[in-house]
Design a protein around this ligand. Structure first.
Ligand code: DGP
Ligand code: NA
Ligand code: NA
Length: 212
């Protein structure tokens, strides 16, 4: 019998929903429970492509919109060989943002249809679970002001949220919405239990390709 594989778990949601905190806590919690687990944050600003993306986000550099979209996608693709290797070694991978942020942020710019936005990410490893951290714009606002990076305004974030809702209509994907207004610990417990259930369910199933 083939070795059991790890699960690919994506965390998505608007800015400040707590994705990065929950991603770190989830990997810690899974490891503490004896599972093998790793975290990847997208964009990964440490690679050469990631440095370009970072200079765009902090407004040091202006890049053409299609170009930026493809760079974010390329930044995911450059991790794919290692992600696949780890998943097949039984390591669960938690990704803090994935192709859904890629589509939602570009689609929110207004002049890019969902179909075009999805194309560069078609064929990425398909997440076994997408946890959508749901937080109302009002609750997000209570968590403090946005920073000065590109995209950090409530009007743009509202459009991003609408694009996420369109993507969530795809029932071939395993979306689970969780209430991100709970305490960090309560949300962590809920997320960890959903994650462990998914890990159990997919361990003998083949890894699939996204949007194919
Ligand atoms: P973060 O480090 O998670 O705060 O992400 C930085 C910003 O980049 C944030 O506003 C969300 C945005 N972002 C994340 N992934 C993508 C993507 O694939 N495409 C675009 N256009 N924006 C993204
Ligand atoms: Na941000
Ligand atoms: Na984050």
């Amino acid at each position: 019998m083939a070795a059991r594989r790890g699960a690919l778990i994506a965390l998505e949601g608007v800015d400040r929903a707590g994705k990065s905190t929950q991603g770190r806590r989830l990997v810690q919690g899974l490891r503490a429970a004896g599972h093998k687990a790793d975290l990847i944050r997208f964009p990964d600003r440490t690679t050469e492509i990631g440095q370009l993306i970072s200079s765009y986000l902090v407004r040091e550099k202006d890049l053409e919109d299609h170009t930026v979209h493809l760079l974010f996608s390329a930044n995911r693709w450059e991790h794919v060989p290692l992600m696949k290797e780890k998943l097949h070694q039984g390591i669960t991978i938690v990704v803090d943002r994935y192709a859904f942020s890629g589509v939602a942020f570009t689609n929110a710019k207004g002049n890019f249809c969902l179909d075009w936005c999805k194309q560069p990410d078609v064929g990425l490893p398909k997440p076994d679970l997408i946890l959508f951290l749901q937080l109302s714009p009002e609750e997000a606002a209570e968590r403090g002001n946005y920073g000065h990076e590109r995209y950090e305004s409530s009007s743009f974030q509202e459009k991003v949220l609408q694009s996420f809702y369109c993507l969530m209509e795809d029932k071939t994907l395993n979306w689970k919405t969780v209430d991100a207004s709970q305490s960090i610990e309560d949300l962590h417990r809920e997320i960890k239990s959903i994650a462990e259930k998914t890990m159990e369910e997919v361990q003998n199933k083949p890894l699939e390709e996204l949007w194919k």
